[in-house]
Design a binder for this molecule. Sequence first.
Ligand code: ZN
Length: 135
Amino acid sequence: MSQPGDEELERDEEVWTAGGSPLDRAVFNADGLLPAIIQQEGTGEVLMLGWMDREAMRRTLSEGRVTFWSRSRQEYWRKGDTSGHVQYVRSAALDCDADTLLVTVEQVGAACHTGTRTCFDGDPLRVAQGSAPAD
Ligand SMILES: [Zn+2]
């Protein structure tokens, strides 16, 4: 299925992958979306999770900035345009069954809209910790 923007992608395709367009390999859910985990390059911090449709994924892979699809506002949302907390794309990978995207970024400031560095550092839960048995 051809969609606006595919030509631009195909031009860059060889650079990205030997296995065909990642947009065609990506598996989107029934709503046409795929979850994208955003991770800080270098430190490995898991910053946030957002949702992308095909076009948001295309923009993210080709424009150097992370773009999500906002499910609440039903519009594209390029991270940092209003907050200044830009995410510059450094690398990306689909997971083993191609239904989740990992994007490593250079994060400017807080990744979370609440102002914390990551979406996961504000509410640590109590867990029963497990350990691998000693050899
Ligand atoms: Zn958050």
